[in-house]
Design a protein. Structure first.
Length: 582
């Protein structure tokens, strides 16, 4: 058997509360990998050719090597790393419907809900605004910090499972408001030059083990390795990771920014990474050992960090740049993929307002295009790039027949720029379960290699029995179509070709996850419960921003009601558009 391992880079885009969808995807992915590993371990113990050996089990190796995330995707990346180290981690399924011992479910579905109050009530509390001090954010982020305190902790560390690389990298993007200045000497000398400023960046973590020593690696002054090795049982290290995780998810103005402290030695290595060289380029730092900066949402500058994920996986596995091997793939989990490729009729407007709007749109689009490593992504060969995006179907009568068709709206948390999930646990739970379903379908019928490339890409010639069980055709159920074999086989599959699933060893709802029921939203109940809290939060924000209690009194008298009404009307409009209010 070949020792070749198929490498995975998993990239998770930002999504605010719709991160519940990404969490559901990751939950099903880890469950599937674990079930497959248990089946392979049983085969290895029995031995090929011996009674009880299951020829239908694919025996190739897949390994998660890199995870990159922005904003909500960054949170999910950190949760994944810690879940992989936790022996007690349990997937959400019919045996565990309430997500016990599951960081994904507890952090994204339950959030800060408890027997005393729900998450939104906590987000609207005013104890973070002191007197007339300028507020740090529209919402009270103490609830988010409490979720992190609970989730980002390990009581006991286990080794990574065999489907995870010992050198697993977690990459979290950040937007550095201070900006990192570089002096560029065009002649390569230490003479006169110019200064450029970079506001994008990333945190890169590995877990301490026998192969990686704690801290920033250092084998001398020429060491360019750009990562930090942390001990998940060390309180100080966990606080670093927690702060970085919260900073990548610090949605601008809505949630509090984070002050980050990072080793200056780490920052000094940025030129080689950003520019491909150190000579003639040096970061301008003070003499302190620690570099400090204010960090906000990593998605502001790089919301879909597949480029940096590819750069790192290529750095770690230089042989995969040879397209003849192709023993890797990048999976992008994106709750809000950009499908806007329509060309609008161009209308030239030269008035000040139009130019201003156009300028901000251009700046935003250019920043989002700044994908480090995008050329690596574009040069990849066939079936190495994959996207998991929300897809919900409903039954409708079409031409007199009942058919499954795509719904107009997929995620319940999508309205209000992704903030709607904070309003009600039902919305988050729907998206989590949709994520699990979409991942199940993805692994069975999309994440695959062509039949003729199985041995080349997976390193193993699969048995006829395993292909009979897991192979499928495109178009579906067409034996004359093009045949494929899954990279990660789902053990709940009995025969993929004609949609037969194992309902003897798994429940029907686990073997073939149904579409979750799309929730409804009670606007009247929402106002009854939160009207007073919202109005008080608005008043506290105005008092903090104005710094004047008299002005705040005038605002409360004349404008608070109008502001509240405008806010509620916009919320209701978005929820109706998403068909959550029917």
């Amino acid at each position: 058997m070949s020792n070749k391992k198929f490498k995975l880079c998993i990239t998770m885009a930002g999504a605010v509360s719709a991160g519940a969808y990404t969490a559901g995807v990751l939950d099903y992915l880890l469950e599937t990998l674990q079930l497959w590993e248990e089946a392979k371990a049983k085969n290895r113990a029995i031995g090929v050719g011996n009674p009880g050996y299951d020829d239908t089990i694919p025996m190739h190796e897949v390994e998660i090597d890199v995870m990159s995330g922005a904003s909500a995707g960054g949170i999910s990346g950190t949760l994944t790393m810690l879940s992989l180290l936790d022996k007690s981690h349990t997937p959400v399924n019919s045996k565990n419907p309430n997500g016990k011992n599951n960081r994904f479910y507890q952090s994204w579905v339950e959030m800060a809900d408890d027997q005393y109050s729900d998450s939104l009530t906590k987000l609207l509390q005013r104890d973070d605004i002191v007197g007339t001090n300028t507020p740090e954010s529209l919402l009270n982020t103490k609830a988010i910090e409490a979720i992190a305190d609970k989730a980002l902790v390990l009581s006991e560390q286990s080794a990574y499972p065999s489907y995870v690389s010992k050198s697993l990298d977690l990459i979290l993007t950040t937007s550095n408001l201070r900006g990192l200045n570089f002096k560029v000497n065009f002649d390569g000398s230490a003479g006169a030059g110019t200064v450029i400023t970079n506001h994008g960046g990333f945190f890169r973590y590995k877990v301490q083990n026998e192969d990686f020593a704690h801290g920033v690696p250092d084998n001398g002054g020429d060491d360019d390795r750009l990562y930090y090795v942390f001990n998940p049982l060390d309180a100080r290290d966990i606080s670093y990771v927690k702060n970085a995780t919260l900073s990548t998810a610090a949605f601008p103005i809505g949630l509090k920014s984070r002050e980050i402290e990072i080793s200056s030695k780490y920052i000094a290595r940025y030129p080689k990474y950003l520019f491909g060289r150190r000579d003639g380029i040096e970061p301008i730092l003070d003499n302190a050992e620690i570099y400090k900066f204010n960090s906000i949402d990593g998605g502001l500058i790089n919301n879909e960090p597949f480029g940096i994920g590819l750069k790192v996986i290529n750095e770690k596995n230089p042989e995969i740049e040879n397209e003849e091997k192709d023993n890797y793939a990048v999976i992008m989990v994106d709750p809000f993929p950009n499908h806007d490729h329509e060309i609008e009729p161009y209308e030239s407007k030269t008035d000040m307002l139009s130019i201003g709007k156009g300028m901000f749109k251009a700046l935003r689009n250019q920043v989002m295009f700044n994908q480090d490593g995008i050329l690596d992504a574009l040069s990849l060969s066939d079936r190495t790039k994959f996207l998991i995006a929300p897809s919900r179907k409903v039954k409708k009568h079409v031409d007199g027949n009942e058919k499954w068709v795509h719904a107009d709206n997929h995620l319940a948390s999508a309205p209000i720029s992704g903030f709607a999930g904070f309003f009600d646990k039902k919305l988050r739970k729907h998206d989590f379960m949709l994520g699990r379903l979409n991942c199940q379908i993805f692994l069975r019928y999309y994440f695959a290699v062509k039949k003729e490339n199985i041995e080349k890409r997976l390193g193993v010639a699969e048995t006829n029995a395993s292909f009979e069980r897991f192979g499928f055709a495109v178009p579906p159920k067409d034996s004359q179509g093009e045949w494929f074999f899954p990279i990660i086989p789902d053990m709940k599959t009995k025969r993929a070709f004609d949609g037969q699933y194992d309902t003897q060893n798994f429940t029907q709802e686990d073997a073939s996850i149904p579409y979750p029921e799309y929730p409804s939203f009670d606007m009247n109940g929402f106002e009854k419960k939160y009207k007073r809290l919202i109005k008080k939060r608005i008043s506290s924000l105005v008092r903090g921003l104005s710094g004047n209690r008299l002005l705040t009194g005038g605002f409360n008298l004349f404008y608070r009601g109008k502001t509240y009404k405008m806010l509620i009307e916009n919320i209701e409009k978005e929820l109706k558009k998403a068909k959550l209010i029917r």
